[in-house]
Design a protein around this ligand. Structure first.
Ligand code: 2AM
Ligand code: CA
Length: 265
C-alpha cells in the first residue's frame, strides 16, 4: 500500500507542478486535475491488483470493483484535497485503506507535497515514517485546536445550516478551528497530535477510512457523530478519549443555524 501510494504520489507531484503553471490560464486547470486524479487511481489500482490479486476495491473514480476474495477490500482516494490541488495549494494526499473481514485493518495517507507517509496497521500502531504516533494529550477544550470541513457548493441548504450551528457551538470554547480541505490529512494530523480533534459530516468512505485507522492506532477514538457507522454516513468525529466525549456532546446539542432574515428564522 505504501509503494502504491508513493507511485501515485510521484505522478501527482509531476501534475501538481504543471497545475501551478496553469493557474493563470483563463480556462483554469480543471480538466487537467481530473486527468491527474484518474492517472493516480490507475497507478494504485494496477499496483494493488498485482500485489494482492483478488482483493476487492472501493475507489473514488471507479466505484466498487468486486474481488474474488470477499474478505479483503481496498478503499482508495487517489487525490484527497482536490480543490487544494486545483488551486495550487500544497496540501493534498493519497489515501488507501484495507478493510479485512468488515473491519478497517490498515491505512496509508501520503502527503505528497510534504513527502510525509502516515501509516497504521491494526495492533502495530500508527507511524509517520519511523516515528510512532500518539494523539495529543490535551484535556481542555480551551487549549485545543480542532479541524473541520465546511460544506461546499451544491450541498443541501440544511447541511450548510447544520455546519454553521456546529461552528457556533465550537468557536467560543476552543483555542482555534482550522479548515485545510483534506479529510484524510486532517485525520492523519489528529493521529500525529497536530490537531486535538476533527469532525466533518457527509464525507465518503474513501475520504476517511485510512485516517480512521491512523487515529485509532495512535490511541484516539473515532466514531460517528450521531452513533451510526462512519463509512456509511460519513459523519466522523475523532479525538482523544476525553475530548471526544466533550466534542460529541457539543455537536449533538448544536442546533441548525438559520441566518437572520431567512424565512424559517
Ligand atoms: P476530495 O478532495 O477528494 O473531493 C474536505 O471537506 C473533504 O471533503 C475532502 O476530503 C474532500 O475530498 C471532500 N470533498 C468532496 N467533494 C468536495 C467538493 N466538491 N469540494 C470540496 N471538498 C470536497
Ligand atoms: Ca476525498
Amino acid at each position: 500500500m505504501i509503494n502504491a501510494a508513493r507511485s501515485a504520489g510521484r505522478s501527482l507531484a509531476r501534475d501538481f507542478h504543471e497545475v501551478e503553471n496553469l493557474q493563470v490560464s483563463k480556462k483554469g486547470p480543471g480538466d487537467f486535475v481530473s486527468n491527474a486524479d484518474h492517472r493516480a487511481e490507475d497507478i494504485i489500482f494496477e499496483a494493488l491488483s498485482k500485489a494482492r490479486p483478488g482483493y476487492g476495491f472501493v475507489m473514488e473514480e471507479r466505484g466498487v470493483v468486486e474481488g474474488s476474495d470477499k474478505t479483503n477490500r481496498f478503499i482508495v482516494d487517489p487525490l484527497d484535497g482536490t480543490l487544494n490541488f486545483l488551486h495550487g495549494q500544497p496540501h493534498f494526499a493519497v489515501s488507501i485503506a484495507l478493510e479485512r473481514e468488515g473491519q478497517l485493518f490498515c491505512g496509508v495517507v501520503y502527503d505528497v507535497a510534504k513527502n510525509e507517509i502516515f501509516w497504521a496497521e491494526k495492533g502495530r500502531g500508527a507511524w509517520l515514517e519511523n516515528r510512532k504516533l500518539r494523539v495529543a494529550a490535551r484535556r481542555k477544550l480551551g487549549e485545543s485546536v480542532f479541524a473541520t470541513g465546511t460544506p461546499w457548493l451544491g450541498k443541501a441548504e440544511e447541511h450548510h445550516q447544520q455546519f454553521w450551528g456546529e461552528l457556533a457551538a465550537m468557536t467560543p470554547v476552543c483555542a482555534g478551528i482550522r479548515r485545510y480541505g483534506s479529510a484524510a490529512l486532517d485525520l492523519a494530523y489528529v493521529a500525529a497530535g497536530r490537531f486535538d480533534g476533527f469532525w466533518e459530516r457527509h464525507l465518503k468512505s474513501w475520504d476517511i477510512a485510512a485516517g480512521a485507522v491512523l487515529v485509532r492506532e495512535a490511541g484516539g477514538v473515532v466514531g460517528e457523530i450521531d452513533g451510526g457507522d462512519i463509512l456509511t454516513t460519513g459523519n466522523i468525529l475523532a479525538a482523544n478519549d476525553d475530548l471526544y466525549s466533550q466534542l460529541e456532546a457539543r455537536l449533538r446539542k448544536a442546533k441548525a443555524f438559520l441566518p437572520a432574515g431567512s424565512d424559517d428564522a
